[in-house]
Design a protein around this ligand. Structure first.
Ligand code: CUA
Length: 327
């Protein structure tokens, strides 16, 4: 049965087609370096699929090229070809082999997905917030919020993706994992970076005019550097909170009306005429009967035409005392 198969010309064509295809595959950088455990698995699966496709592409293309060359109809030949019946053996072969291959790919793909989504006990959890057009990273336990992601090497990171407005997509090409950030839901992805370095974070979902500049970076550091960074950032957060508490304490402490008069003159006197006793651009403050809290809020936040933030700290407490003394 194989006596009629032209093995030699087919083999020559196949070698040429295979060389061109393999050249395309190997000479072009199709994928970034796999710098996470997950990317290693995914990219290997991808190359497995690719080389399977190359084998079938070479077989089909070689037979096609040979047939076109060998059995091409002459220019004046307008007849139909002779009728042919099916070839059962061939049909069974070309059904069974792809079926087996599909099963192999399905099982392999399942194993990769299963492993890539296996949750590690010692993982680092980071909340990723996407909004037009930037990324924010929250380290919940430490109270840290940053614009750039910092992850320890060789430890799984669980990223909880959330969107504050429209759909975005978190993507670090070298990590081989992409995840949509969708308003209203939390989408989780797991990445285990296995190389120290800095990588780009790209938004991979068209999300508005600033989509192309919606970038940040992720720095993968050693475990020690990560611990140090965490401690330093957390200390900064605590210092900030302490400073805010101290400032709030100053604002609510009893003020000095005489000192407040000077502050009022400098900061408020332009609009509130005669040190607040007559209406100018702003109203007169005599007889308003406000509580300390109302006056403080008004000075801090402003209202209507009055700008906020005119005084803070001790100055604010003093202004409150002064306004109390004239109202
Ligand atoms: Cu966010 Cu594109």
């Amino acid at each position: 049965m194989y006596k009629n198969v032209p093995f030699i010309p087919l083999a020559v064509i196949a070698i040429i087609v295979a060389a061109i295809t393999a050249g395309q595959a190997l000479l072009i950088d199709w994928l970034p370096p796999a710098d996470s455990v997950e990317a290693g698995r995914t990219f290997t699966l991808l190359w497995f699929l690719f080389w399977c496709s190359v084998v079938f592409f070479v077989i089909v293309t070689s037979v096609l090229i040979y047939a076109v060359w060998k059995w091409r109809a002459k220019d004046d030949d307008l007849e139909d070809g002779p009728p042919t019946h099916g070839n059962t053996t061939l049909e069974v072969v070309w059904t069974v082999i792809p079926s087996l291959l599909l099963i192999v790919v399905a099982v392999y793909g399942y194993i990769v997905l299963e492993r890539n989504e296996a949750v590690a006990a010692d993982r680092v959890t980071v909340d990723v917030y996407a909004q037009q057009f930037n990324w924010t990273y929250g380290y919940g336990d430490a109270g840290i919020e940053t614009g750039d992601l910092v992850l320890p090497v060789n430890r799984q990171a669980q990223l909880n993706l959330r969107a504050r407005d429209v759909i975005h997509d978190f993507w670090v090409p070298q990590f081989g994992i992409k995840g949509d950030a969708v308003p209203g839901i939390t989408h989780t992805i797991w990445i285990t970076p296995n190389k120290v370095g800095t990588y780009p974070v790209v938004c991979a979902e068209l999300c508005g005019v600033g989509h192309s500049v919606m970038r940040s970076k992720v720095t993968v550091v050693t475990e020690q550097q990560y611990a140090a960074w965490l401690a330093k950032s957390s200390a900064k957060v605590k210092a900030g909170a302490a400073a805010a508490t101290a400032a709030a304490k100053l604002e609510t402490a009893p003020g000095d009306a005489a000192a407040g008069k000077t502050v009022f003159e400098a900061k408020c006197g332009g609009c509130h005429a005669e040190l607040g006793k007559k209406a100018g651009v702003g109203p007169a403050l005599v007889g308003i009967n406000w509580s300390d809290e109302q006056i403080r809020t008004q000075v801090k936040n402003g209202k209507g035409a009055m700008p906020g933030g005119l005084a803070s700290g001790t100055d604010l407490a003093d202004v409150v005392a002064y306004v109390q003394s004239i109202q």
